[in-house]
Write a protein that binds this ligand. Sequence first.
Ligand SMILES: [Zn+2]
Ligand SMILES: [Zn+2]
Length: 342
Amino acid sequence: MPGHRLGTRLAGFAAVAGAAGAALVWQRRLRRSGTLADFPHLLMGGRETGTVPPGGVRVTSLGTTMMLIDDGVTQIVIDPFLTPVPLLAAALRTPVATDPRVVDDALDQVGADRVRAIFVSHAHHDHALDVAHLAHRTGATVYGSASTLNLARGGAVPEDQLSGLDPTRPVTVGGFTVRTFASRHSPHPLGGEGATIDRPLPQPAPITAYKEGGTYDFLVSARAQRMLFKGSVNWVPGAFDDVVADTLFLSVGTLGRVDKTFARDYLDATLGTLRPELAVLTHWNDLFAPVAAPLPFHRKFIDDTPLSFERVRRHSHGARVGVLDAFTSITLTPSADLRTGP
Ligand SMILES: [Zn+2]
Ligand SMILES: [Zn+2]
């Protein structure tokens, strides 16, 4: 039967075309942009447990822009995000919630048992998803935008544990001083720059409910170390004109996707202005994958991570540049030499 044969042929053709299309989407969009194994020269730090050496400040990476900072007495956390949100859940807008086991496990692994403050750069889920659980577990004060505080309120964090961000007033936490800078979100935001969370947001909630709510940078000083934490690829011109940082924790998420001029201007406004001795690149790992070493690079539709790294290499302004794998640390010491783990 010719009609039947034609139908079979068309179906076969459609299947081949479909497979080819899927392969193309995979190649261009979903494939990982590279692997950490190709950048061994950037890898610094190691697993460090036990007491922080006298006079030192230990900084431990927990993936994306999440960091644990420890001066041996007090600990601070930046951008709490550990619960895996699979890409499919994000795409289907499935409501997600903190997984307390995953968060507690990670915190135990890195010895986070003296956390007194949590600073959140902005309210997107990949910087703030686990803020309420972390606040409950540690009793720490949450410092964030009005939107971030509504994430904490949605998780029933008491009001006396919440504090807004005031760029005119540095905050003291134990031996730490933290100064806040109003900044801007990268040009490819999830939820859109300027969108806010205007009432307490309980979990579970789709990640699209985590609106940006304003973006901030933090200058953390302790034991003669000045560390600047920059959570998103954008800047306010002149913001760092009178600022010096010894170490810059620099988001490069989407740096390989923004245009070349924007990328260079970003690196001039950060590395070029702050002139840090060391730049630790952050936000380069796949935010839809669990936090585990080795951290996988972004899929291509989010960023071209090797190109991000290459752009930093070309405009490093003399800084030593490195990355930290999950659960690894560097200890910054007064002489500015870097102790790395065993
Ligand atoms: Zn964001
Ligand atoms: Zn982000």
